[in-house]
Design a protein around this ligand. Structure first.
Ligand code: IMP
Ligand code: MG
Length: 180
């Protein structure tokens, strides 16, 4: 079994590069079919989605645009607690079809916040494209029409995803080896 060390932990391969590439093109083909005649705006959430976004977009044959955003946490009032702020969206999304491009949906709370922030801007439609979803951790109900892989709750790294800031450059996806 192929193993890698990232920062201080060992990981074993779980999704090889070829399998990822094949699935990402299938999902791109599905988007092409569903959105024929539309001019979607892909909205990639940094940092983790940068590689997925690059591969997905090259599979799209629609006229389209891509933009990159970041979600930052900041302290709201005592009543609102921690809230998220959307950084980097310069485009007017009113009346547009937006496809959110995310690396991984774990609890789903980040995505829920992002959807709320985007819905205020009156887009025509918002669809989620996620490389990975951990259904066992989902705390909210999300419609994810373009999900590449459903995975168990274990921590993973590679293909844009990091552990302690490292491992984003790995071409395959690896799962952490439990420590004994
Ligand atoms: P959520 O709000 O719980 O859905 O959090 C999603 C975010 O948590 C992702 O955008 C990642 O930054 C991070 N995350 C969750 N699981 C993993 C993982 O297994 N590896 C790397 N990052 C992860
Ligand atoms: Mg992310």
């Amino acid at each position: 079994m192929e193993k890698v060390k990232v920062s201080d932990r060992e990981f074993t391969i779980s999704l090889p590069e070829a399998q990822i590439m094949k699935r990402v093109s299938e999902v791109a083909a599905q988007i092409n079919q569903d959105l024929k005649g539309e001019r979607p705006l892909f909205l990639a959430v940094l940092n983790g989605s940068f590689i997925f976004a690059a591969d997905l977009l090259r599979g799209i044959d629609l006229d389209c645009e891509i933009t990159f955003v970041r979600l930052a946490s900041y302290e709201g009032t005592a009543s609102t607690g921690e809230v998220k702020q959307l950084l980097g969206l310069k485009e007017n999304i009113e009346g547009r079809t937006v496809i959110i491009v995310e690396d991984i949906i774990d609890s789903g709370l980040t995505m829920q916040e992002l959807l709320k922030l985007l819905q205020k801007k009156n887009p025509k439609d918002i669809r989620i494209a996620a490389l990975l979803v951990k259904p066992g951790n989902l705390k909210v109900n999300l419609d994810i029409p373009y999900c590449c892989f459903k995975i168990p709750n274990d921590f993973i790294v590679g293909y844009g995803l990091d552990y302690n800031g490292e491992g984003r450059n790995l071409r395959s996806i690896y799962t952490v080896v439990p420590q004994d």
